[in-house]
Design a protein. Structure first.
Length: 247
């Protein structure tokens, strides 16, 4: 791998980015854009996406949805050399979107004022980002959704360390089930991930079919100190580049 996820800079990308066969590129997207950019992003969205945006009750949530999905179309369009409005998506039975022409594999996640988009050519991929905050009942959520091993490790930590550990565990598990493309039909308590916020390569243990553990790579991302984030990829993650999106 060309550096690890914590060391890779969130560099400014070339105008026409190139994706190598076994490479993963992750884009960091701050979701606050000038009105003129937001107007363009809104025009890029499909009719279904525009209707979904209008269903948000709060304007800030509508704006962030438009920013994330508009940026997704712009970025994919740059790789493919096509107009963002020409991107066509399809979804699987569990709602995971993909390029209808199967030219790229991608995944999008956004939280608060930050989004991440992970892109590769042929590997199943998932990414998740969450803003770290202390206004949730993290122990009750962990007891409900985490495995027994993860929950026990979490509550054994000193109280100040539990909040970041919770969000790092959550994003690692979410990135993996998003890569699998099965939604919550794959229960979160049926596999374990390590929860240490300081690690880069994350261990993954299946309660059933442990022989599949070597088929996946799970990596910590560090887009901003206020967020936890993780990337899951089917196969070996041999090359990772982290980019910062500019319109």
């Amino acid at each position: 791998m060309n550096g690890n996820a914590r060391e890779a800079p969130w560099a400014s990308p070339p105008v026409a980015p190139i994706l190598l066969p076994d490479e993963v590129q992750v884009w960091r997207i701050p979701l606050e854009f000038p009105p003129v950019v937001m107007n363009h992003f809104r025009l890029f969205l499909s009719e279904e996406e525009q209707q979904r945006a209008e269903r948000f009750y709060f304007e800030k949530h509508r704006r962030r949805y438009i920013a994330a999905h508009g940026a997704l179309r712009v970025i994919l369009g740059r790789y493919l050399g096509i107009d963002p409005r020409a991107m066509a998506f399809t979804t699987n039975a569990f709602g995971k979107p993909s390029d209808r022409e199967d030219r790229l594999r991608f995944n999008l996640s956004h939280s608060h004022e930050m989004a991440l988009i992970a892109i590769t050519l042929r590997h199943e991929i998932g990414v998740d980002i969450e803003r770290i905050r202390d206004d949730i009942e993290l122990e009750s959520i962990a007891e409900q959704f985490f495995s027994a091993e993860e929950y026990n490790r979490l509550v054994s930590l000193p109280i100040p360390h539990r909040v970041p550990a919770f969000f790092h565990c959550w994003t690692r598990k979410e990135a993996f089930i998003k890569a699998k493309g099965m939604g919550l039909s794959l229960p979160l308590d049926q596999f374990d991930v390590s929860i240490d916020p300081e690690e880069t390569d994350v261990s993954l243990h299946f309660h059933t079919h442990p022989e599949e553990e070597g088929d996946w790579s799970l990596r910590v991302l560090d887009p901003d100190p206020a967020y936890a984030a993780a990337l899951a990829v089917a196969g070996d993650l041999s090359s990772l580049r982290c980019r910062t999106f500019t319109p």
